[in-house]
Design a protein around this ligand. Structure first.
Ligand SMILES: Nc1ncnc2c1ncn2[C@@H]1O[C@H](COP(=O)(O)OP(=O)(O)OP(=O)(O)O)[C@@H](O)[C@H]1O
Ligand SMILES: [Mg+2]
Length: 277
């Protein structure tokens, strides 16, 4: 059973003994802005805090699946089979070494887009599939592909809130307006309660005044919070997926790992959660 996390846009505190599952879509149609890294790292940080976390790979490139140590080519079942209603989501879940549960992707997810497009209720396929399992988790994080196609619309329809990673460089904000317009459309048509938790600055190089200027510009341009602290640019992030773990394990005391821990705690606080075990 999925318990709604919001009522009329106001987050409600769960009653004693009940669970509110928060579903967070990590989306930006611009490629390479650290969506997948953010999902893996926040997932690991929320797990460290004692929450049960499900990650969903919604990118046919299957980078999240691969980066958590699972070979997408060796999977018998993936999110593709789930979205097309062939199997319940519970059957396709994988446990990862990072301690999170993964609904993995494989290359056949490209085919899901084409198949879903012709279906009635196509935006609701993910929400319906997750409804059967999300009560088993405290957090469900959705890793979107770099597009505003049907898979991302499914993520935005299934989500309570959206986090937008943004690389701090010139013109990086240019897709943000379009994404926010899409979110408005989703609110009107398929998910009235959808919130935006904020923009997460990523690949941040604090040595340049330029990165700060980009952030200041974004904060003025859009009425969406820019979250602090920015996630620093670090070679440590490139090393983690190679061993199938997140940076929280491979470089646990690095500034990058610490930044994601801070954001995990802030997410918990901003969603009215205080259920650390
Ligand atoms: N803070 C960081 N510092 C340095 N490198 C990073 C950082 N965050 C992510 N990266 C690297 O940047 C690259 C892109 O990151 P990632 O795959 O998470 O982006 P993405 O938005 O999911 O990309 P896509 O749009 O293709 O799905 C990866 O090689 C990743 O290791
Ligand atoms: Mg990605």
């Amino acid at each position: 059973m999925l318990t709604q996390g919001t009522i009329g846009g106001v987050r409600v505190q769960p009653a004693e003994g009940t669970t509110v599952t928060i579903t967070l879509a990590v989306a930006n149609q611009k490629g390479g802005v650290a969506k997948t890294t953010t999902v893996a790292s926040l997932g690991a940080a929320l797990t460290e805090l004692g929450y049960k976390v499900l990650l969903v790979d919604l990118d046919p490139q299957a980078c999240l699946t691969f980066s958590l140590g699972i070979d997408p080519d060796a999977l018998e079942l993936s999110v593709h089979d789930v979205l097309l209603g062939r199997v319940p989501a519970a059957m396709a879940l994988q446990q990862t070494d990072d301690g999170v549960t993964l609904l993995p992707a494989a290359i056949d997810l490209t085919g899901s887009e084409a198949r879903l497009v012709t279906r009635v209720g196509r935006e609701f396929a993910l929400r319906d599939a997750l409804a059967e399992i999300s009560a088993d988790f405290d957090w469900v994080l959705l890793d979107c592909s770099p597009s505003l196609g049907i898979l991302t619309l499914n993520a935005l329809t299934a989500a309570d809130t959206v986090l937008v990673p943004l690389q701090c460089e010139t013109l990086s904000h240019r897709g943000v307006g379009q994404l926010l317009e899409t979110i408005d459309e989703v609110r009107k048509r398929t998910n009235q309660e959808l919130d935006v938790v904020g923009i997460l600055p990523t690949l941040f190089d604090g040595r340049t005044t330029h990165a700060r200027a980009v952030l200041a510009d974004v904060a003025i341009r859009y009425s969406v919070p820019v979250l602090e602290p920015p996630v620093p640019k670090s070679v440590r992030f490139a090393e983690a997926p190679a061993v199938g773990r997140s940076i929280l394990t491979t470089a646990p005391t690095s500034r990058g790992a610490e930044a994601y821990r801070v954001h995990a705690r802030q997410l918990v606080a901003s969603m009215g959660r205080s259920r650390g075990r």
